[in-house]
Design a protein around this ligand. Structure first.
Ligand code: CDP
Length: 202
């Protein structure tokens, strides 16, 4: 059984939370594609050359807390504008999307570039202020000292880079359903998504 759920949206909109919950609900595999770009960004911070790092990446070795920092997120969005970096990561993502048993992928270009034929496409968004507040609480929860205004500025700058780039910019596919989570709990967002996916699964 092949069934692909593509979830795109800006930073800290709740894509990961929703994607993980959907994957658990349906027993699908989950890929956080941001981790691929974060791993390349981390490699560059460590002195590597972006395209070479992307081409040599072992996508099975991404479960690493060091990739979750704001510094790495920023580096990820810088390498993500490079066409050859993106190209190096396409085959792995497409293969994952078509694995037997179903898959959920979240990122910026899943419904538009990686899986234009996905069975369900969701575009998860929220106001910049809501997203910055969520990221702040996430960091506070991990005991990381953070500054609300700095996080908001980082989120806005990263959105601008992701939306404005020439290659695979962040945008909703024309056939995506938009879920604005600004005023939704995670449970409410999940319930909307389940209704959409169930309708497609028939
Ligand atoms: O978790 P958060 O939403 O903050 O970021 P992420 O999903 O881990 O993505 C980090 C960066 O990788 C993004 O700002 C994008 O520049 C890039 N990215 C991308 O270009 N395409 C994807 N499919 C996923 C991430």
């Amino acid at each position: 059984m092949i069934f692909t759920i593509a979830i795109d949206g800006p930073a800290a909109a709740g894509k990961g939370t929703l994607a993980r919950a959907l994957a658990a609900h349906y027993g699908f595999a989950y890929l956080d594609t941001g981790l691929l770009y974060r791993a390349v960004g981390a490699g560059v911070l460590a002195g590597g050359e972006a395209v070479a790092v992307a081409q040599a990446l072992d996508p099975s070795a991404l479960d690493n807390a060091d990739l979750r920092t704001q510094v790495v997120a920023e580096a990820a969005s810088r390498v993500a504008v490079i066409p050859d970096v993106r190209a190096a990561l396409v085959a792995f993502q497409r293969h994952f999307a078509r694995r037997d048993g179903g898959a959920v992928l979240d990122g910026r270009d899943i419904g538009t570039v990686i899986c234009p034929q996905a069975d369900v496409k969701l575009f998860v968004t929220a106001s910049a202020e809501t997203r910055a507040e969520r990221r702040y609480l996430e960091l506070a929860d991990k005991g990381v000292a953070a500054d609300r205004d700095a996080i908001l500025a980082e989120v806005v700058a990263r959105d601008a880079r992701d939306t404005g780039r020439a290659e695979a910019p962040l945008r909703a596919a024309t056939d995506a359903t938009v879920i604005d989570t600004s005023d939704l709990t995670a449970a409410q967002a999940l319930s909307r998504a389940l209704t959409i996916v169930d309708a497609r699964r028939g």
